[in-house]
Ligand binder design. Structure first.
Ligand code: ASP
Length: 439
């Protein structure tokens, strides 16, 4: 029998009404046998995320203040869900357990994890499934890094034999059992690990949007959804700012070759976006993303290429200042280094000085305000005319291109434009390629 791991996000678990929707979805397919939950999030009735409220309790507790008022709001939410669903579990006992945990001086992460813990307890009771504590399964090293090997071993030992199971997302435990969490949004990672550890047939990530869109809806009006995409495409788009899942969530399933489907609990009939390794029928361009506020350092030096260590010296200036480099487009006697502006705070003058000292360029210039726009699509590989169309559409929109880069994989084309032209560039590119999307 196949096994689908389904992860439900906080907005899909905000209250009893949302729990009912989840149950309906889960029961619609008998292969949905592992459910991973976030903590209840925001909704039209609930203005706060349980995780944020727990963090506030932890903050107040560690400063020696009373946290009962906020805690009562958290307790009230879980009580209400339990009551409205007619659950029989000992909700008061669980609430008291969490209260004591916060009062015992537990770390902020440990307190924050209790939202997922309580939510999974309620969901397991509601579905009539097993509850498995993430602390017993998801394990971290003492350095707070995920111990993937041990986690997979425990998933195999504890979760695999169970027919149907609910597991809280977001947290796990250090080798001594102390609770810790992934970064915010980390339930996505928990779900991905469970899917990989169980060699699931599919990882469904249920949220409140029907999959990924071809462009940012804040820039393009009603962009088309992306129905299919590959993991490398998803990686390019998320790296360039397309908000999808928590960034670390993709790796476990991608490595295991398990397809990932992003779907909406509000529109369960909608197929959402399916991300997998292999080709489904697809278009030329999958998506367009943009990231603003980069700075370009341009160096000119005659016979630069004959100076063998030149590039190494240049890059070592950035590396030793702990600044990550985004790209290094180059000409015959010139090279540019692109870095995000936010990394340069308080370091710019020092870096310029060090480049002059170490690389001795004939000219060194630096320009802020660059935006990088990326057009991603596996279908572009070996398709003629894509670049021509891309540049024509930007020219027609009267946008000056400051930089171009296409990796040899031909999976994406990156263009650098002025920050203030970035949104217009995205619109122009979307209009040019929307009919050839992979929807
Ligand atoms: N509840 C956590 C958060 O708000 C984790 C998650 O939802 O994935 O970040």
């Amino acid at each position: 029998m196949e096994r689908i791991v389904c992860k439900f996000g906080g907005s899909s678990l905000a209250g009893a009404r949302e729990f009912k929707r989840v149950k309906k979805i889960v029961e619609a397919d008998p292969n949905r046998r592992v459910v991973v939950v976030s903590a209840p999030g925001k909704s039209s009735e609930e203005p706060f995320k349980v995780t944020d409220m727990l963090l506030m309790c932890a903050q107040l507790a560690s400063a020696g203040f009373h946290y009962d008022e906020i805690f009562e709001q958290i307790a009230g939410r879980f009580r209400k869900i339990s009551l409205e669903l007619g659950l029989s579990l000992d909700i008061e006992g669980l609430i008291e357990e969490v209260n004591q945990h916060i009062g015992s001086g537990a770390s902020a992460a440990s307190c924050a994890s209790r939202g997922e813990y309580l939510c999974a307890q309620l969901m397991a009771d509601y579905l009539g499934w097993h509850f498995v504590d993430a602390a017993d399964v998801v394990r971290f090293s003492f350095e707070d890094e995920l111990d993937e090997e041990e986690t997979f071993r425990r998933i195999g030992e504890i979760v695999d034999p169970l027919e149907r199971v609910v597991v809280p997302g977001f947290y796990g435990a250090l080798p001594d059992g102390t609770l810790t969490t992934f970064r915010r949004g980390g339930s996505d990672v928990s779900g991905s690990l469970l899917a990989a550890g169980l060699n699931a047939s599919l990882y469904e990530n249920w949220t409140d949007v029907p999959g990924l869109l071809m462009a940012d809806p804040k820039i393009v009006k009603r962009p088309k959804p992306m129905r299919y995409m590959t993991y490398p495409e998803l990686r390019e788009l998320s790296y360039m700012g397309a908000q999808v899942l928590q960034a670390d969530a993709v790796f476990p399933v991608a490595k295991a070759g398990i397809p990932l489907q992003i779907r909406s609990t509000l529109l369960p009939e909608d197929p959402g976006t399916l991300i997998s390794d292999n080709g489904v029928q697809r278009g030329i361009v999958t998506g367009i993303a943009v990231k603003k506020n980069f700075r370009v350092f341009t160096l000119e030096k005659t016979k630069m290429r004959e100076d063998r260590g030149f590039l190494r010296k240049l890059l070592s200036v950035f590396e030793s200042n702990r600044v990550a480099v985004e790209g290094t487009p180059s000409g015959i006697d010139s090279v540019s280094v692109i870095v995000s502006e936010e990394q340069l705070v308080g370091k710019l003058d020092k870096i310029l000085e060090e480049i002059r000292m170490y690389c001795r360029p004939h000219r060194l210039m630096t320009h802020p305000g660059l935006a990088l726009v990326v057009v991603v699509g596996k279908g572009m590989i070996r398709t003629k005319g894509v670049a021509a169309k891309l540049f024509t559409s930007l020219a027609q929109a009267n946008i000056n291109i400051r930089m171009i880069s296409q990796g040899s994989s031909e999976l994406s084309i990156l263009v650098g434009v002025e920050n203030e032209d970035a949104d217009e560039a995205v619109v122009a590119l979307y209009e040019a390629f929307k009919e050839q999307g992979s929807c």
